[in-house]
Design a protein around this ligand. Structure first.
Ligand SMILES: *Cc1c(COP(=O)(O)O)cnc(C)c1O
Length: 236
């Protein structure tokens, strides 16, 4: 077996283990393989193993890869910041995990009659983080609710990059709390209680806190050689 398939099955097993520990069904968590910066051949290899959910953080890279793999039955997830001037590249089949501001809500609603999104929340309160601030969350929800074109499936967050279990779990618990409240209010008819949280270094904690979707790159594909994330950090 290649190290890629080794890594993949190891991560799958760790997810199942975290589910067991949390008293959850092993198949209650969807693994999104974050393939950003990695070649299409790596995606193909996982696809051959039966994997179908892939995440990219830049729309351009996602579109390029999708064009190459057009005949493959892949569910693509856009997990990184989306600039409004790049909404034109988005396809309705993609699931956007990073809906975090009004300008993007309006742009998406203009362009699409149906677009599936998660609202990204900045649960750690770090100034540098993307995502709507917890204090502004309900305002944004009200605005999105006026645009039936936007089908909200759930919420997404990125935890702090730290080893402090309490802080990380606290952020995940905040997201779960918002999601439960939102579900209770029945604001979005499409709401599916998705909680997209957990990355390579913190996914077992995310699963313990109720993640339904984990976004894992490094633990599967190895370290990224190319810088990739910075370009998307100044949305307009
Ligand atoms: C890159 C990225 C991930 C995956 O991070 P790893 O630490 O490589 O697992 C998850 N979510 C988002 C939004 C990312 O940009």
């Amino acid at each position: 077996m290649s190290s890629l398939s080794d890594n993949y099955f190891k991560v799958k097993e760790q997810i199942a283990e975290a589910c067991r520990k949390a008293g959850r069904k092993p198949d209650s968590v969807v693994l999104i393989a974050v393939s950003k910066t990695h070649p299409v051949s790596a995606i193909e290899e996982l696809f051959q193993l039966g994997h179908r959910d892939f995440g990219e953080n830049r729309i351009k890279e996602l579109c390029d890869k999708k064009a190459t793999l057009n005949h493959w039955d892949i569910q693509w997830h856009l997990i990184g910041q989306l600039q409004t001037n790049k909404v034109k590249f988005l396809e309705p089949a993609f699931i956007v995990h990073s809906l975090d501001r009004l300008s993007l809500v309006e742009k998406l609603a203009q362009r699409f009659s149906n677009v599936r999104c998660l609202i990204e929340v900045n649960c750690s309160g770090e100034a540098s983080k993307s995502g709507v601030a917890v204090e502004q969350f309900w305002d944004l929800v009200d605005k999105i609710a006026q645009k039936p074109q936007i089908q909200v499936l759930g919420l997404m967050t990125l935890a702090e990059h730290t080893n402090d279990e309490k802080r990380i779990r606290g952020a995940f618990a905040t997201l779960r709390g918002l999601s439960e409240k939102l579900a209770g209010q029945k604001i979005f008819p499409t709401y599916a209680n998705w909680l997209s949280m957990g990355m390579s270094h913190d996914f077992p904690w995310a699963i313990a806190e109720g993640a339904t979707h984990v976004r894992i790159g490094t633990a599967i594909f190895g370290e990224r050689l190319l810088p990739n994330t910075k370009a998307a950090e100044n949305p307009t």
